[in-house]
Design a protein around this ligand. Structure first.
Ligand code: UT7
Length: 352
């Protein structure tokens, strides 16, 4: 019988380098409240956010994704010709066709490689990291560039009290590749479509086209088509998070074989500082274990939040390369993904 060849597989993979890009424009709570019916105090107390970055000028999702990817490549020291796959984790690329990753690969001078988008809301980076690690383990690629990038502002209704003060723009990236010892645990991931409507785009493409057709010939000032905006039932997500995420964190620790006491750093998705404080307490992580708090000045950047938060901790010295970190992303879907990892080295080219 004719045999079909398989790739050579390997066990040990790790994040070899990290890079990020933070848009130029800093937007304070007071700036947001120029339009939104809220206050700086409410926003900070309920979410932990003081500032976020919003794209401006010629910054786009494509440009910030490529900027973060470029820094991750340089910081990793990996020759870009060795990158075998690019995964772009995003929910805010503006067209379904074409998707974003091939264009970003072209911009990075690695045109031609397998490149695809992965859409899993704010859990997207964790999903992409898991896929990247498994691609390398299976021998499908030697090195994978994972980019989490979002321009949440393009779908933001600045008057919506449920979202306007929370979301920001940004991009973070890691180069994943073979390593001597293993630096990425099996991924703990899952989804809950029963609660899909808790975070959703309010109008789908067909509804948008339908409305646009109905408005044809009418004065757009009096009959606006409207725009697609993100809506979130925050308290519903909060309740789901309180039940689902502690289980996910315990499972991630168990599957990694790393004891809770050996975790050096906690890097949860930057959705709400209060959720993160609660998760850390309920998991029983020691008080002095550093926890990412990039949300304070970056806001919630969805699939970009975990690499941005790791980068911030490494650049400021709150965490060190090689330390054991517990990661957990969660959000739209609803969905979540987490791992225990060793942190990549402190970036030589930081984002701030
Ligand atoms: O990244 C994806 C994953 N997302 C999450 O994990 C989000 C999880 N949820 C949250 O972060 C929180 O639910 C929010 C920050 C979105 C909202 O905070 P909350 O503490 O759950 O507020 P709430 O919606 O329960 O509202 C509490 C009160 C209400 O007033 P009353 O009825 O108590 O008088 C709201 O009307 O706060 C009021 N409120 C606001 N006030 C000022 C709601 N939104 C605002 C606002 N500014 N933006």
């Amino acid at each position: 019988m004719v045999g079909i060849a398989v790739n050579n597989s390997r066990d040990n993979v790790a994040m070899l380098g990290i890079g990020a890009y933070r848009p130029q424009r800093v937007v304070s709570n007071d700036d947001v409240c120029a339009v939104l019916d809220s206050t700086d105090q409410w926003i900070f107390e309920r979410t932990g956010i003081r500032n976020r970055r919003w794209i401006s000028g010629d910054e786009t999702l494509r440009s910030i994704a490529a900027a973060a990817g470029e820094r991750a490549l340089v910081n990793s020291g990996v020759d870009r010709t060795k990158i075998g796959t690019l995964i772009l984790a995003t929910s805010s690329w503006l067209t379904l066709t074409p998707h974003g990753a091939p264009s970003v690969a072209f911009d990075l001078g690695i045109n031609g490689i397998p490149a695809f988008d992965l859409t899993s809301g704010c859990g997207g980076f964790g999903y992409a990291l898991g896929v990247a690690a498994d691609l390398i383990r299976a021998g499908s690629a030697d090195y994978v560039l994972v980019i989490g990038a979002e321009t949440m502002t393009v779908g933001l209704d600045p008057t919506d009290r449920g979202t306007a003060m929370i979301f920001g723009d940004g991009a973070g990236a890691v180069v994943v590749g073979p390593s001597e010892s293993n630096g990425i645990s099996p991924t703990v991931w899952g989804s809950d479509g029963e609660n899909a409507a808790a975070i959703m785009q309010d109008i789908d493409f067909l509804e948008y086209m339908h409305r646009a057709q109905e408005m044809q010939g009418l004065d757009p000032a009096e009959h606006p088509v409207g725009r697609m905006s993100l809506r979130m039932e925050g308290p519903r997500v909060f309740r789901w998070a309180a039940v689902t995420l502690p289980r996910a964190l315990s499972a991630a620790l168990e599957m990694s074989g790393v004891a809770k006491e050996d975790i050096d750093v906690f890097v949860p998705h930057q959705a709400n500082a209060r959720i993160n404080e609660l998760m850390k307490k309920n998991l029983g992580l020691a008080d002095d274990i550093p926890m990412a708090n990039d949300i304070e000045n970056t806001g919630n950047t969805s699939a970009a939040s975990i690499p941005l938060a790791m980068e911030e901790m490494l650049v400021t010295g709150k965490a060190k390369g090689g330390q054991l970190a517990l990661l957990l992303g969660f959000g739209a879907g609803l969905s979540y993904a987490g791992q225990v990892v060793t942190l990549p080295p402190k970036p030589n080219e930081p984002s701030f």
